[in-house]
Design a binder for this molecule. Structure first.
Ligand code: ATP
Length: 438
């Protein structure tokens, strides 16, 4: 029983020694200042699930800014203060930031001695949260270090695998929670609790999501699109009739088969070494827009303020995938490698997983891999530097020349560096001669 009420041993096991040390010390500092300190939210959920958590979210009954300042002095690290909200961030490193929030408290009600019962201010802080599994806290003060505060039976829901809201108006109050419920449900293989599901459906029927700004939706959507189970989440958005509020005009069922295969395809492309993802969400966005008409796709990109470059990638993939797939399917006798390479280069790398998913069968996927390998291996050994050394000024001519060279390499007409240089010199001479003639 005691071990269920105190999870200090689970924390010890699942947190890094560094974070554990910080939490211990933070509890002591808070105690010295006469504050009660808790770790709360997603971190407690993850620790209980046996996962390491990097998001650390502390709630202080007292003065959060004062505590953050004392911590930054003790650990010799920087802080960011948000005075008007009573919140602060203690920045330990690029990967480790601790958020500290103040749970409002009447100071005179809590003299230095810590009261035995959890106060209502912590309750209020936790009550504002989304689901019971995200609304647990753990005390960090010395003697009670590790004891759980679980007003809403989050632990039972965690054991049973249930996503449950804290009150009936939760989805109306903040419709983003609809997306979050789906995300957590699919991430952990949980279920949305029956009543909660009814409230969710009712909120969707009342079109509450139409009132949320695209910026907030996009923030949450990006979280979804980088999750391992992103495809299941997207499917669930469709099932629960949320999809049209998020991707208006996009027909989910047209892209369902490709989405289902996408996570595996992303892994394959990575395994083959062709793409190191920077914007991990982009392959999913590209895939889910590829059947849409260009105007719809453009509007979605605009709605979520995608950059010009990202929008161009989505549209290039949308325009080019049919032709690309058709060419990959052709037998090598019917299509020259250089033609194929040229076509493939019009496609952004973030569309490779989608192409792979469309190709479906293993043997043709393998051909795609060989093709990418050949293209990469044929990359010329000289680059723009060499052209510069010939006295040309950087410009569009560079790209054109290097592309032409790559084509020749692919078709096996050029096999070594000397031939590459020779080709480039002649090609440039011809180009400039043409320009003079014009
Ligand atoms: P993840 O593992 O995806 O980071 P998380 O639960 O840590 O999940 P955050 O978005 O970092 O997610 O939120 C931290 C905590 O803040 C949550 O655990 C939850 O308690 C609370 N929270 C976040 N968003 C909301 C919301 N829209 N409504 C209510 N509470 C929220």
């Amino acid at each position: 029983h005691i071990s269920r009420r105190n999870i200090s041993w689970i924390m010890r096991r699942n947190l890094s020694a560094h974070v554990w040390g910080i939490l211990k010390e933070a509890g002591k500092i808070a105690y010295g200042l006469g504050f009660k300190l808790y770790a709360a939210g997603g971190m407690i959920r993850d620790v209980m699930l046996g996962q390491n958590s990097i998001d650390i979210d502390l709630v202080v009954e007292g003065d959060g800014i004062k505590l953050a300042t004392a911590m930054s002095e003790a650990f010799q690290v920087k802080i960011r203060k948000y005075q008007q909200f009573g919140t602060a961030q203690v920045i330990f490193s690029e990967d480790l930031t601790i958020d500290i929030a103040t749970a409002r408290v009447e100071f005179y009600a809590y003299p230095a001695a810590l009261p035995q019962v959890e106060s209502s201010s912590l309750h209020q802080d936790l009550y504002r949260r989304d689901f019971t599994i995200n609304a647990m806290a753990v005390c960090l003060n010395d003697k009670k270090f590790g004891s759980i505060v679980d007003f809403f039976d989050g632990r039972d829901d965690l054991d049973q695998g249930l996503i449950r809201i804290l009150h009936n108006l939760s989805f109306i109050e903040d419709p983003i929670r609809i997306l979050r419920a789906i995300r957590f449900e699919q991430r952990y293989g949980f279920e949305i609790e029956k009543q909660t599901l009814n409230f969710l459906k009712e909120a969707v029927r009342q079109e509450v999501l139409a009132k949320v700004t695209p910026e907030r939706i996009w923030e949450e959507l990006k979280h979804i699109l980088v999750e391992k189970e992103a495809s299941r989440m997207l499917r669930r958005l469709e099932e629960l009739k949320v999809w049209p509020f998020i991707f208006p005009g996009v027909n989910y069922w047209e892209v369902d088969p490709v989405l289902r295969d996408l996570a595996g395809s992303v892994d394959l492309i990575k395994e083959w070494g062709f793409w190191v993802p920077t914007e991990k969400w982009l392959p999913y966005l590209i895939a889910l827009l590829h059947w849409s008409n260009p105007e719809t796709a453009r509007q979605i990109c605009e709605r979520y303020h995608l950059s010009k470059r990202q929008t161009e990638k989505a549209l290039a993939a949308l325009y080019g995938w049919r032709e690309t797939v058709a060419m990959i399917w052709k037998s090598p006798e019917d299509v020259k490698l250089s033609q194929l390479a040229k076509q493939l280069m019009t496609m952004p790398r973030e569309s490779y997983p989608m192409l792979l998913a469309i190709l479906e069968e293993d043997w043709i996927k393998d051909r795609f891999r060989q093709l990418l390998n050949t293209i990469m291996d044929s990359k010329p050994s000289i680059n723009g530097k060499y052209i510069k050394s010939l006295g040309y000024r950087p410009g569009p001519v560079f790209k054109e020349t290097l592309e032409a060279l790559w084509q020749e390499r692919l078709d096996g007409n050029i096999v070594n560096e000397a031939e590459e240089k020779d080709f480039v010199r002649k090609y440039l001479a011809r180009l400039t001669e043409g320009a003079v003639k014009c």
